[in-house]
Design a binder for this molecule. Sequence first.
Ligand SMILES: Nc1ncnc2c1ncn2[C@@H]1O[C@H](COP(=O)(O)OP(=O)(O)O)[C@@H](O)[C@H]1O
Ligand SMILES: [Mg+2]
Length: 357
Amino acid sequence: MATVSFRDATRVYPGADTPAVDRLNLDINDGEFMVLVGPSGCGKSTTLRMLAGLEEVTSGSVWIGEQDVTELPPKDRDLAMVFQNYALYPHMTVGENMGFALKMQNVPKEEREHRVMEAAKLLGLEEFLDRWPKALSGGQRQRVAMGRAIVRQPQVFLMDEPLSNLDAKLRVSTRTQIAALQTRLEVTTLYVTHDQVEAMTLGDRVAVMREGVLQQVDSPLALWDTPKNVFVASFIGTPPMNLMPGTPVDGGIRIGKHVLAMPRETVERITDDEVTVGIRPDNLVITDSPEDAEFHVEKVELPGSDAYLYGTIDGAGPEVCARVQTRRPPQAGERVRLGVAEDRIHLFSTRTGDRIS
Ligand SMILES: Nc1ncnc2c1ncn2[C@@H]1O[C@H](COP(=O)(O)OP(=O)(O)O)[C@@H](O)[C@H]1O
Ligand SMILES: [Mg+2]
């Protein structure tokens, strides 16, 4: 096992104006499951490939344990990678596929078979060892790809969107299996995905990236409760956090005609004339208080036990979504009062996008 560190790690592709990964500083603890998440093209795969040695590091360094591996060839880095396109060798059985890397390393046959069997047991693949890849489902093939990584007993696992090719239901069950497996094996893991739900359910910690720049590294709970900026706030959570322009005034923040009550100390600390108010749909509740904002319901969705109300505050401004737990939601065209607990209101500087704490 080992720690992993990126120190000002930067990758500029030849001919590119801006770095694909820009001065990344990230420490992964021994045995930790770190998830790197962000929109497509933000530099996740490049980060992973720098750690694997498949992409040159333009400046900065990459460390595994106490060793600077920046210049080390991939084969000497003692890590195993699982990709989105887990191409198995079609002319080899599942067992042969899983043991192939060991064979290349001249690991004796007996030990090879032992390690393949151990991995097969972990993954529930014992009965498939003699089958051909084409006789497996997508999910089973994905487990074989995991098995190939596990038998190598590496110091670090690297996974690049390994679930992307699976259908929604299988993705959720395989996700649970990966989490359980990683907990059991305690191998330091860097897992890349563009799916924030996947990130939040899998990661011990989650690193959020945007346009090559790391935005925040935190536990899923901390990302949820205290996003560092507007980007992280709106990237984590579905439906996304409501963001509304507000003006600090006596007694709170004015949003349109409504004044959202806030403690005097909070308002006095704000130096900007304009702020962005963030409230998660989950934190809005229907109330009878005339103090609360009047919400004009325009659309109601009922995907399950909760109702999603879409509308506007006082019939103006950006669309706001409220997720309310009720079997009898209001109808489109109705008006209701929406309240929010003071400690569930997020404030950001409109100028910089940074959180105002
Ligand atoms: N081999 C390459 N040559 C040039 N540019 C690349 C190469 N690979 C990726 N890029 C660019 O680098 C940026 C980051 O890509 P990537 O790391 O693949 O993002 P992600 O995995 O987050 O989708 C993108 O703008 C992409 O177009
Ligand atoms: Mg990628």
